[in-house]
Design a protein around this ligand. Structure first.
Ligand code: FES
Length: 95
């Protein structure tokens, strides 16, 4: 493979949820993690969809996320709010 022409931005990510693996298409990467999980029919509880209520908190086991909106919900260390973050790498989460 010619690495010079390899398009890293088109790389698909994998989300591991408990014992399932979700293969994320490049166009889904710009969606919130909550939307991705719902598209892939993962049941996750949520209410406000904007980082206020804290009901969509999930445990991030490993991986990198980007929180695109400041939240006022109080969450424990190691937890993230799925509605206000995007994935930046392969991640493993626990719901
Ligand atoms: S749904 Fe309320 S903080 Fe995510």
């Amino acid at each position: 493979m010619n690495l010079k022409n390899f398009n890293y931005k088109k790389k698909n990510y994998i989300i591991q949820v408990d014992n399932r693996k979700l293969y994320i298409k490049p166009e889904e990467k710009k969606l919130s993690l909550l939307k991705i999980l719902l598209i892939h029919r993962i049941n996750i509880f949520y209410q406000c969809n904007s980082g206020y209520c804290g009901s969509c908190n999930i445990k991030l086991i490993y991986g990198t996320i980007y929180q695109f909106q400041t939240s006022i919900a109080c969450i424990q260390p190691g937890y993230i709010l799925a509605c206000v973050c995007q994935i930046q790498s392969n991640i493993k989460i626990q719901i």
